[in-house]
Ligand binder design. Structure first.
Ligand code: FAD
Length: 469
């Protein structure tokens, strides 16, 4: 009987243990993608980007003579329908670890088991299963560095080649048309503005990794902090949909290290930050929804999204150049440099004293590399409420940070039009990306700060001192 290969965040053919096992069984394989509540519940930008990824997988499967079946509805009901229609006896998938996906998968597994169907989950989204990494006393890691030390020299399997052949069933079940799903159509100017900044699909992801290792990893340590240059891999966009496996990135990093590119170790460390985020999401799922340190529930965060300062932050007009450049980069490209993310998160949670959830939700709606675990960890790290976080009293100064990391103002020039007689194309593209009601134009005067670097810092420190943590 056929095996249903249920694709989710593993939209590739290479290094895909579940797909390989299904193909090696010799049984017909029916690739399936389900547009369920978990997909529908994602923000506009991640759904838009997911649609591109699904299209790319569909085409890659077609090249191998297989068909990606698309269905919409509750995952278990859809699987039951497809099982009934095809006589499938098993469902394979790659494990996910965020609380929402885990709850769904647990229910699906139980339901299929009741029906007498084999439901088998495989590795593929992480390097290290969260339960396989333990501290010396047997608990999970709440601090990054000891986790890095404990996993860095682990032997990991080689990557798997893409299956040569995907055994087809005698006939294919019906499928929705991807265009009818209009995924992410609610994302403003996705196709016009954001799409040119996307690198979509398994082949492109693999080239991206190759180019990064060949040309950039050798200088990664210093270059990764400079937002005005292309110093990082950009792979978060691909890792989040599984267009490339973390294992492929890991082995490429190790090979570069052995080839004498010492900075590759920093790249490996970053991959382990991603692992750490999932380790935390698995062991303490509350990290995605509430303060990881519960004493932070008492902090006087502002929670009203309608506040003028929240709007200014979202719209990239706080009057603080680093913050505004980064928020506009997000509108145009659907991503933001890591240093930008740290600066805008610090400014929102410390200078403006707004709850990190406001920022988390905005990123979830706007990022094409949105990842449930890394986004939650990043926000709680920045706010000071998370594990191994930057302490609340360490307030980034966004003005001196710009002087330090954007000395020549390449980043500012790329994203801010108001300061320049001849604004850059990317800075102007921002005005195409935003809704008219934001009422912004390139020849506006650059705004005064909503809260200055110094005033915000003083207010944040005073509020923190009062709480007596
Ligand atoms: P590179 O520098 O090339 O790093 C290689 C890979 O390592 C990345 O692709 C990513 O998978 C991983 N990585 C690097 N830094 C981190 C980190 N700090 N935490 C976890 N993994 C990391 N990353 C996301 O993938 N999705 C998110 O939604 C997300 N939200 C964030 C929110 C905030 C507030 C902050 C501070 C960080 C967030 N990050 C998120 C982490 C980080 O900013 C991005 O992973 C990174 O900018 C991606 O660019 P890159 O692929 O060029 O990274």
């Amino acid at each position: 009987s056929p095996i249903i290969m249920w694709f989710r965040r593993d939209l590739r053919l290479g290094d895909h243990p579940a797909l390989t096992e299904a193909c090696n069984s010799g049984r017909p394989v029916i690739p399936l993608f389900i547009h369920d509540d978990v997909v529908a519940g994602q923000g506009a930008a991640p759904r838009f980007r997911l649609g591109l990824s699904v299209a790319s997988l569909r085409d890659a499967l077609a090249d191998k003579g297989a068909k990606l079946i698309l269905r919409r509805g509750d995952a278990l009901s859809v699987l039951r329908d497809v099982i009934k229609e095809t006589g499938a006896g098993a469902v394979y998938w790659s494990r996910l670890y965020d609380p929402i996906s885990k709850a769904r998968d647990t229910a699906v597994k139980a339901g299929l088991k009741d029906d007498g169907i084999d439901a088998v989950s495989f590795r593929g989204h992480l390097l290290f299963e969260p339960w396989s990494v333990e501290t010396q006393t047997g608990g999970f890691y709440k601090v990054y560095t000891p986790m890095w030390k404990s996993v860095r020299s682990r032997e990991l399997p080689n990557t798997l080649p893409a299956p040569g052949k995907i055994p087809a069933p005698d006939s294919w079940p019906a499928s929705d048309a991807l265009d009818d799903w209009a995924m992410g159509a609610d994302m403003r100017r996705g196709h016009d503005v954001v799409l040119p900044h996307c690198t979509v699909g398994e082949t492109a992801a693999s080239h991206r990794l190759g180019a990064f290792i060949a040309n950039r990893v050798a200088d990664y340590k210093a270059a990764r902090d400079i937002p005005g240059i292309k110093g990082t891999s950009g792979l978060s966009e691909n890792l989040t949909y599984g267009e490339i496996s973390p294992l492929a990135c890991w082995h490429a990093g190790w090979r570069a290290l052995h080839d004498g590119k010492g900075d590759a170790e920093v790249f490996l460390k970053e991959l382990v930050w991603r692992e750490f985020a999932y380790h935390l999401a698995h062991h303490t799922p509350r990290i995605t929804t509430g303060n990881w340190r519960e004493d932070w529930d008492a902090f006087p965060w502002k929670t009203d999204e309608r506040l003028a300062e929240v709007k200014a932050w979202k719209q990239g007009r706080t009057g603080i150049r680093f913050v505004d450049a980064a928020m506009r980069e997000l509108q145009v490209t659907g991503t933001m440099h890591n240093r930008g993310r740290m600066i805008v998160a610090s400014y929102l949670t410390k200078h403006l004293m707004c709850h990190w959830k406001i920022g988390l939700d905005w990123f979830e709606d706007q990022l094409i590399d949105w990842d449930p675990a890394s986004n939650a960890m990043g926000w709680q790290w920045s706010a000071g409420s998370g594990p191994d976080a930057t302490p609340y009293f360490r307030v980034f100064n966004p003005v001196t940070q710009l002087d330090k990391f954007d000395k020549n103002r390449d980043y500012a020039k790329a994203w801010l039009a108001e300061d320049y007689k001849n604004p850059s194309q990317t800075a102007l593209a921002f005005y195409d990306a935003i809704p008219l009601r934001w009422n912004m134009a390139p020849d506006d005067a650059y705004p005064d700060p909503v809260v200055t670097a110094e005033d915000g810092r003083k207010a944040a420190l005073a509020a923190y001192k009062d709480r007596d943590f």
